[in-house]
Ligand binder design. Structure first.
Ligand SMILES: *[C@@H]1O[C@H](CO)[C@@H](O)[C@H](O)[C@H]1NC(C)=O
Ligand SMILES: *[C@@H]1O[C@H](CO)[C@@H](O)[C@H](O)[C@H]1NC(C)=O
Length: 434
């Protein structure tokens, strides 16, 4: 029954219109303008949530008042909070800017697939969130390189219309680009979605905001978008993993060390050694810079990380890799080491959320044999994992302001196939390497 509903939703979300051949790609849209003023208020703003270990959720928000408590009250009926949790807070300064009080409070244990009502800081409006299902089907919404333009708004509107459980963002969130209050306006822009479903993000180049001798990298990103890295045994917010409904998702950092002697590589080995494909038949990986990209933009930028990490991910039998960076959409066949490979991962570039830099429209010709579909349009993706072996992927282009399904594929998991059995030995060897 649940599956039927989910399938129906997928079809409805895909909208009626078919992709037309004479589609004219739209230009970038202007930055949205937000009234922004700093006032001393304990009103919670920029509320977003993220998965924080089995049956737990992290609630994050900002208050301009430094005296507001990091408390979340919650329960399953409106305005009747049976539980409360006390969290932590942080803040940062960057040049002349100083942030509000940034609160992170973990709540739980929570029931699966349940609507919770919650309130932050003991006052202000009530929010609602739905927890993820404990088993398949589960639906992920995916869009990278979001920014805060008219196209971002359009993309967010389309994601909002669909029934999804978890949002995944492969880097480049706000395009604040050193102007810190743009992190605040972006937080407000995404709040309606990000306060209702977990948003799981990894960093892109626009999160770095490094100024030599003056400002450290990822200062704002790490303060505001705390992900479950401690919960997943990682030493850095720049790489972590989470599990939800039979899916193990690994978020890697394209902008932190990834060679064999790096913390990230050691953590990845440790994380992969814990993956149990009976408990989580699906293995997904996200990072910002694509390894398989036939757009002329950002050609070969992912090569070093690919050389360092692809053999390990291949040995682990990763099903799907999602990345951003290139402002266009591309889906590969199963691929490994530059060639189609029946035991490789499907790679999808989806850096098309709608940022102000516009689309990357030029492709290399001829189209490489591993590339299945490529198009330079804004849009978002939906991944519905139906069961332990099958998933539906669809990509929805922003056709003017309508979401039009322009690419779709039935994906199968490598678990339960000969590929994994073959790779078991290879993986064990790599995990044991010093
Ligand atoms: C408040 O919630 C509790 C536990 O969920 C329930 O037992 C109680 O009846 C609720 N009270 C009201 C007034 O809804
Ligand atoms: C998984 O879903 C696919 C597609 O709906 C179906 O063909 C297949 O039989 C299902 N497998 C299991 C084990 O339920």
């Amino acid at each position: 029954m649940e599956l039927k509903v989910a399938l129906l939703t997928l079809v409805l979300c895909a909208a009626a219109a078919a992709a037309t051949a004479d589609y004219v790609r739209p230009p970038p849209r202007a930055m949205l303008s937000f009234p922004w003023s700093k006032k001393d208020s304990s009103e919670p703003e920029q509320v977003h949530i993220s998965l924080a270990g089995e049956k737990h959720m992290r609630i994050s928000w900002v208050t301009s008042s430094k005296h507001s408590p990091s408390i979340v009250e919650y329960g399953t009926s409106s305005r009747n909070y049976s539980f409360s949790s006390q969290g932590e807070s942080t803040s940062y300064s960057y040049f002349l800017y100083s942030s509000g009080k940034i609160h992170h409070t973990v709540i739980g244990p929570l029931e699966h697939n349940t609507l919770y009502y919650y309130r932050c800081g003991g006052e202000g409006p009530e929010f609602q969130l739905k927890t993820s299902p404990s088993k398949f089907p589960i639906t992920f919404a995916v869009a990278g390189d979001l920014g805060q333009t008219g196209w971002t708004k359009s993309t967010l509107g389309h994601i909002d219309q669909c029934k999804y459980d978890v949002h995944m963002l492969p880097g480049d969130l706000s395009y604040a680009d050193y102007i810190q209050h743009r992190w605040d306006t972006w937080g407000k822009l995404v709040q309606p979605l990000a306060s209702a479903r977990p948003w799981m993000v990894t960093q892109g180049n626009h999160e770095k905001e490094y100024i030599p001798l003056l400002e450290d990298s990822f200062k704002s990103y790490n303060s505001r978008w705390k992900m479950p890295y401690e919960e997943s045994g990682s030493s850095s917010n720049l790489f972590y993993s989470f599990e939800v409904a039979g899916v193990h998702v690994i978020m890697l950092g394209s902008y932190t060390d990834y060679d064999k002697s790096s913390d990230q590589y050691s953590w990845l080995k440790a994380d992969l050694s814990k993956v149990d494909r009976v408990r989580t038949p699906w293995l997904l990986v996200l990072f910002h810079i694509p390894w398989y990209n036939s757009n002329t933009a950002h050609q070969c930028e992912g090569d070093d990380m690919k050389a360092a990490m692809e053999p390990l991910l291949h040995a682990a039998g990763v099903d799907l890799v999602l990345s951003g960076h290139v402002h266009a959409y591309e889906r590969s066949r199963r691929v490994y080491n530059g060639k189609s490979d029946p035991c490789g991962a499907v790679h999808i570039t989806i850096g098309d959320g709608g940022n102000r830099e516009g689309l990357a429209k030029e492709y290399m010709e001829p189209q490489p044999e591993w590339s299945m579909f490529r198009e330079a349009s804004f849009g978002h993706g939906e991944l519905m994992i139906v069961n332990s072996t099958h998933a539906f992927w669809s990509w929805h282009r922003n056709d003017d302001d309508q979401a039009v399904r322009s690419d779709q594929a039935l994906l199968t998991s490598l678990s339960g196939t000969g590929c994994l059995a073959e790779k078991g030995h290879e993986l064990r060897k790599m995990l044991l390497e010093p």
